[in-house]
Write a protein that binds this ligand. Structure first.
Ligand code: SF4
Length: 218
C-alpha cells in the first residue's frame, strides 16, 4: 500500500471508530482516542487505555505519563511526530479502572488494523495489557520488560519490545530507572531491524504470577 492510500485507509478507520458502540465504554467517553503520529512510523507505542486528559483532548498520552514519554523519546533523539502512539482500548474506562476482557476483545480489531496499516518494524508495548495482547502470552511485564521478541502481527514479522508503562514508572523511582535503561536500547533495536530480520527470543521461564501481576499492576 502506498503512503497516500495508507493514510486514507487509516483515516477511514478512525472515522469508523469515532462512532463505535461495540462495548459499554462508549457510554461514558467524551470521545474515542484513536491514535496519533506518523502513519509510516518504524516505531509504534501501544499503551493501555485513555485516561481523564486523553478522553478530554482526544489524544493518547497527554497527561503526566505523556510528558514522561515525550522526555524518554527526546532522550533517544525522537519526538512524537516520528512515531505512532495508540492504546489497546480506545475509550476511557470509568474511573480509569482496568479494561475487562470483553472490552479488549471488542476493541482489539482497531489496534490490529492500525498495526497492519502502519507496518511498524518495532512495537514497544507499554505495560501489561498491551504486552499480553500483542505477545499472545500471559507473562507479566516485570518478567518480560526489555526483552525483544519476534512476533507475527498483521501478517508480518514485528519486533515486540515490552516496556513498563510510564504511568507506573512516574511513582516508582526504581521502575523509572529500568524504563530509562530499556528505552535507551530502542535505537539499537531499530537499527538492527533495518539490517536483518528479528530472531525470536528464547521463551522466558514460566513461573507462577506474583500477586501484583494477578492484579494486573505489572
Ligand atoms: S472501547 Fe473500543 S470497542 Fe469499545 S466503544 Fe470504544 S472504540 Fe468501540
Amino acid at each position: 500500500m502506498d503512503p497516500v492510500e495508507r493514510l486514507a485507509t487509516l483515516d477511514a478507520l478512525q472515522q469508523e471508530a469515532a462512532g463505535c458502540t461495540r462495548c459499554r465504554l462508549a457510554e461514558g467517553r467524551t470521545q474515542v482516542v484513536f491514535g496519533v503520529g506518523d502513519p509510516n512510523a518504524d516505531l509504534m507505542f501501544v499503551g493501555e487505555a485513555p485516561g481523564f486528559h486523553e478522553d478530554k483532548q482526544g489524544y493518547p498520552f497527554v497527561g503526566q505519563a505523556g510528558k514522561l514519554l515525550d522526555k524518554l523519546l527526546a532522550g533517544i533523539g525522537l519526538e512524537r511526530a516520528d512515531v505512532y502512539i495508540a492504546n489497546v482500548i480506545k475509550c476511557r474506562p470509568p474511573g480509569n479502572r482496568d479494561p475487562v476482557p470483553d472490552e479488549i476483545e471488542a476493541c482489539e480489531p482497531y489496534l490490529f488494523r492500525q498495526i497492519e496499516l502502519i507496518e511498524p518494524r518495532v512495537i514497544a508495548t507499554l505495560g501489561n495489557f498491551a504486552t499480553k495482547l500483542l505477545s499472545g502470552r500471559q507473562l507479566g511485564i516485570t518478567r518480560v520488560h526489555g526483552q525483544p521478541q519476534s512476533v507475527t502481527l498483521g501478517g508480518r514479522q514485528v519486533l515486540l519490545y515490552p516496556l513498563y508503562h510510564p504511568a507506573a514508572a512516574l511513582y516508582t523511582p526504581r521502575m523509572l530507572t529500568v524504563l530509562e535503561e530499556d528505552f535507551a536500547r530502542l535505537p539499537g533495536l531499530l537499527d538492527l531491524e533495518s539490517h536483518e530480520p528479528a530472531e525470536p527470543e528464547p521463551e522466558p521461564e514460566l513461573a507462577a504470577a506474583t500477586p501484583a501481576e494477578q492484579l494486573g499492576l505489572f
